[in-house]
Design a protein around this ligand. Structure first.
Ligand code: 13P
Ligand code: SF4
Length: 332
């Protein structure tokens, strides 16, 4: 029975791939996929990367259609950057728990309490929140964006509290930080991470700054309470690059497990251990090959952003693109 089911799944995936190839050509479409996507979705994409890389691709592509294999705020950002193109999100339910932690009304009320403050919004926010912000940033260039703001300006940073704490540490800037979190990264247990480090003393630690464990791990390292090989805090793409470039052969990877596919492809001889097998983003995993095929074939679901909101959000997003990519992630 299992064998029959497996054969059916393989056949369905093969059929979906054929439809994707046909409709990708027919519609002059580009398929962009985030590093957390299912392996088979990453494998059909024209480009796989982090939020910044995907935004750069969306802004520069000459395709007519962008199939966004990621979550809703990413597709919205693509629609804002390329309003003349059709942006398809194969499942509109692909949201983001972190983006859901702040609304435009909440941000307006917060800003009213701090007149004159500069608002920096992480890219994991809705278009409405970006429209109320001065700067947008991703995990790849957040520190550069913060450093570009004059030292005497008050900063409101939203919505991720762990990324905010990390940025305060690396830039030395004090900020007002919104208390939002991503359920996937906040769920990675720092105690388990410590036990993994003890069990694998030669492993390098790669951490995404949305993790709750980032601050405690780095604090303990600087207090010399935790010795060991390098710890690198980076965007998902920075983590992938570091996995390829590092001299280490074993890595503990503290982020969503989808990234392991890229790491293993890039460095098949190295060993990648997830900090938590449960670090699975159900939103990202809503995008499947049959849904990609169906979206291409039907030309829907389309993601659009209201023109007035898009115009205001674009200003913050263009500042994010101008800040450019992060330099190669350094080891702590
Ligand atoms: P990156 O920009 O580092 O890929 O992060 C996006 C994200 O949603 C992390 O959870
Ligand atoms: Fe949002 Fe967290 Fe999923 Fe990233 S992993 S898309 S922050 S819910």
């Amino acid at each position: 029975m299992t064998g029959t089911l497996d054969r059916q799944t393989v056949a369905a995936a093969g059929e979906a791939r054929e439809r994707i190839e046909h409709w990708r050509r027919e519609r002059n479409a580009v398929i962009l996929a985030h590093n957390y996507q299912l392996p088979e979705v990453q494998d059909v994409a024209d480009y796989v990367g982090d939020s910044l890389g995907l935004s750069q691709q969306a802004a520069s592509t000459d395709a007519d259609v962008i199939v966004f294999c990621g979550v809703h705020f990413m597709a919205e950002t693509a629609a804002i950057l390329s309003p003349e193109k059709t942006v398809l999100l194969p499942d509109l339910e692909a949201g983001c728990s972190l983006a859901g932690t702040i609304t435009a009304d909440q941000l307006r009320a917060w800003r009213d309490q701090h007149p004159g403050a500069v608002v920096v919004a992480y890219v994991n926010t809705t278009a409405e929140v970006k429209a109320e912000s001065d700067y947008c940033c991703t995990s790849s260039n957040a520190a550069a964006v913060i450093r570009s703001i004059p030292a005497d300006r008050e900063i409101l940073f939203c919505p991720d509290m762990f990324l905010g704490a990390h940025l305060e540490r690396v830039t030395g800037r004090r900020m007002h930080v919104w208390m939002g979190e991503c359920h996937v990264h906040a769920g990675i247990d720092p105690g388990r991470l410590d036990r993994m480090r003890e069990a694998h003393p030669d492993a390098e630690l790669l951490i995404h700054p949305e993790c709750g464990c980032t601050s405690s791990t780095l604090y303990r390292m600087s207090a010399r309470d935790l010795e060991g090989p390098a710890t690198v805090v980076a965007s998902t793409e920075g983590m992938v690059r570091r996995a390829g470039a590092s001299p280490a052969s074993t890595f503990i990877v503290a982020t969503e497990v989808g990234i392991l596919h890229r790491m293993r492809q890039l460095a098949p001889d190295k060993r990648f251990l997830p900090a938590s097998d449960d670090a699975v983003c159900g939103y990202m995993k809503r995008i499947t090959l049959p849904k990609v095929a169906r979206a291409l074939e039907r030309g829907e679901p389309v993601v659009t952003v209201d023109a007035a909101i898009a115009a205001r959000a674009r200003r913050a997003i263009e500042r994010m693109l101008a800040a450019g990519p992060a330099t190669a992630p350094a080891a702590a």
